[in-house]
Design a binder for this molecule. Structure first.
Ligand SMILES: Nc1ncnc2c1ncn2[C@@H]1O[C@H](COP(=O)(O)OP(=O)(O)O)[C@@H](O)[C@H]1O
Ligand SMILES: [Mg+2]
Length: 316
């Protein structure tokens, strides 16, 4: 089993199709956004740029920063879904995005591997540097980006193929030849599902339980040896036991990968993440970052009243 590649240019062989299925459905499950009337909207985003990334970056040297986001905004047509995003995401950490429904968490997450490109009419401004390289630069192949930066969705979405072929799919379309048994086994082991499936690798992935399917999808993401795994509410369709298994798994995966997770579950963010980014939205419904920092700080001594109201369940 190889570990994730070190920082490097994104000049990978171009697969013939995306390594992950396109989000055929709205990643937030298509719920129509409720226009939340928030507590007085600050006219300007609060303490954004100056505190940006200090929590993560204070002592970290540049190579430990995986994503460096500057003045980033994402649009659907004329609608600006997120604005003024400044943040850094550190290597081998779990960063959680929290905030009310519709504030742009999924949109922002999808921008980290250019998945949002697949939605017609989207555009972005500002920059997301990935290991120092502009993700939206003219020479960057979005398909190669998605290989380095994998994604796991809200609803487990195994392909209608065998368990084995689900995991072998990405490596195969990336040109892997020969016997993939070792890679499949290593990926399934790493996703903590090997023991449950090793005797039925030929059975359909869709026949597994929801929690197993989600771990299979994680194995599938891992099989192409990404740097980063993005997870959009990966447990929202799972029961509490399966949820805990995914959280334990995330803690193990963090040794090797950088994880960014969207969750609407406060306990999950508090339990499972190292860094938390709280977003909300203003009157124009554009999401922006209110506060970010070590998870412990966000939950125990937030600097901003909006954060405090949200994490204490007073709103959202
Ligand atoms: N495919 C899309 N087309 C148009 N608008 C979208 C699309 N996806 C999301 N939006 C809008 O962008 C905003 C942010 O949505 P989303 O990122 O799904 O928020 P969250 O994940 O925080 O619930 C919402 O106003 C939503 O309606
Ligand atoms: Mg969402």
């Amino acid at each position: 089993m190889t570990t994730s590649g070190a920082a490097g240019p994104i000049d990978l062989p171009r697969p013939t199709e995306p390594t992950d299925p396109a989000p055929a459905e709205r990643a937030d499950g298509g719920d129509t956004h409720v226009t939340l009337s928030l507590a007085p909207t600050p006219a300007v985003p609060i303490d954004l740029p100056t505190t940006a990334a200090t929590a993560i970056d204070a002592s970290a040297s540049a190579p430990d920063i995986v994503f460096d986001v500057t003045d980033f905004a994402a649009y659907y047509g004329n609608f600006r879904a997120v604005r003024d995003i400044q943040m850094r995401i550190a290597k081998n950490r779990i960063t959680a995005f929290i905030g009310p429904s519709g504030c742009g968490k999924s949109t922002l997450l999808r921008c980290f591997n250019r998945m949002n490109d697949l939605i017609p009419g989207t555009r972005v401004s500002g920059s997301i540097m990935f290991h120092g390289q502009d993700l939206y630069g003219p020479d960057v192949d979005a398909v190669a980006v998605r290989k380095r930066i994998g994604m796991v969705f809200q609803k487990p979405n195994p392909f209608p193929k065998s368990i084995y072929d689900n995991v072998a799919y990405g490596p195969r379309i990336n040109g892997a030849k020969g016997n993939l048994d070792d890679l499949v086994e290593a990926s399934l082991r790493r996703a903590a599902i090997w023991d449950e499936v090793k005797d039925k690798l030929k059975q359909p992935g869709t026949a597994l339980s929801g929690g197993q399917q989600q771990r299979l999808c994680i194995a599938r993401a891992i099989a192409v040896e990404p740097d980063v795994i993005l997870m959009d509410e990966p447990c929202s369709a799972l029961d509490p036991v399966a949820t805990l298994r995914i959280e334990e798994l995330m803690a193990e995966l963090r040794e090797t990968y950088t994880i960014v997770i969207v969750t609407h579950n406060m306990q999950q963010a508090a339990r499972a993440s190292d860094e938390t980014v709280f977003l909300t939205m203003g009157d124009d419904r554009a999401g922006y970052i209110v506060e970010k920092g070590p998870t412990i700080d966000i939950f125990t001594r937030p600097a901003n009243q909006l954060t405090e109201d949200y994490v204490s369940g007073r709103f959202g």
